[in-house]
Design a binder for this molecule. Structure first.
Ligand code: C2E
Ligand code: CA
Ligand code: CA
Ligand code: CA
Length: 276
């Protein structure tokens, strides 16, 4: 809680909170060594072509005793403890390897990977990414990186340079959870962004409240006028889908299309979708 770049010692007298965190952190480290993490993939539907344009890689921790632990819980902890670096290295490698195999059967499918702000800002981020792409020999044009506003805004100058390099490599950039940050919109045209992902919180009430429709409408119009495409996240119902179609949203992701799937389930899903 004292911020990053500081060391702290945990001991019995510190109260349960610190102790609990420390235990979780130890468990996380062990889980990583034991290979208890797995990537699941959630399909993204192109509303125009009705094809699956991409899958988003979502990490899962299958805890031997406690069952499934949500990334919303352990990613922040990994970020605090520095474990985010080896975990992110692994995510990148695993996602690229799965993409390589997927493309033998489904060459049009992109792989979208969530990038932690801490990982994005590390000095060797680009170098490591390049090495992974080369060693797996996967097409960078099939890779999309999802970054939140909080990943790019604090170091805007450096971020512009980094994102520009990613673009020259052929990688595309998506802004995740769009609408939930409080940063200036001016970054939208300063940064080379391909896709905005409208946060679920705007999609959920879409069929009930006019105000949310107004916001979604405005985001889509603004994005399109900047040549940016739009993904709606957390689409669960036919009604939401129809509204988004009327508003010319480009892509949808959510339980309405599919849950996140294991790599095996994803193959089955894509094959079925193709035959459809
Ligand atoms: P996110 O990037 O916004 O991911 C979308 C979350 O919404 C996922 O939760 C997904 O399972 C869930 N979701 C998808 N469709 C629906 C729907 O129709 N309705 C509802 N209610 N939820 C839906 P998940 O997998 O628990 O991930 C939570 C967050 O953890 C992610 O939010 C992301 O911020 C982070 N995360 C997950 N995987 C990774 C990863 O590999 N690396 C990093 N850095 N962060 C990750
Ligand atoms: Ca995401
Ligand atoms: Ca999101
Ligand atoms: Ca989120």
């Amino acid at each position: 809680k004292n911020g990053r770049n500081q060391y702290a010692l945990y001991h019995d007298g510190m109260g349960s909170d610190g102790k609990h965190l420390f235990q979780l952190e130890t468990a996380l480290r062990k889980a990583f060594d034991r290979g208890e993490f797995e990537l699941y993939y959630q399909p993204q539907l192109d509303m125009k072509t009705k094809q699956i344009r991409a899958v988003e890689a979502l990490i899962r921790w299958k805890h031997s005793g406690k069952g499934f632990i949500s990334p919303g819980k352990f990613i922040p902890l990994a970020e605090e403890s520095g474990l985010i670096t080896p975990i992110s290295d692994w995510i990148m490698m695993q996602a690229c390897e799965h993409l390589k195999q997927l493309q033998l059967h489904f060459p049009y499918v992109k792989m979208s990977v969530n990038i932690s702000p801490i990982y994005f800002q590390q000095i060797d981020f680009l170098e490591k990414l390049q090495k992974t792409i080369e060693s797996v020999n996967v097409n960078p044009r099939s890779i999309e990186l999802e970054l939140t506003e909080s990943a790019v805004m604090p170091h805007a100058e450096q971020s512009v340079a980094r994102l520009t390099t990613l673009k020259t490599m052929g990688i595309s950039i998506a802004i995740d959870d769009f609408g939930t940050g409080f940063s200036s919109l001016s970054y939208l045209h300063r940064f080379p962004i391909d896709v905005l992902k409208i946060d679920q919180s705007f999609i959920k009430p879409l069929s009930r409240y006019q105000e949310d429709l107004a916001i979604v409408k405005a985001i889509i119009m603004m994005a399109h006028s900047l040549q940016i495409q739009v993904v709606a996240e957390g689409v669960e119902t036919e009604k939401q889908y129809q509204i988004l179609e009327e508003q010319r949203c480009d892509f949808v992701q959510g339980y309405y299309v599919s849950n996140p799937l294991s790599i095996g389930e994803l193959y089955e899903f894509l094959e079925m979708w193709n035959d459809f």
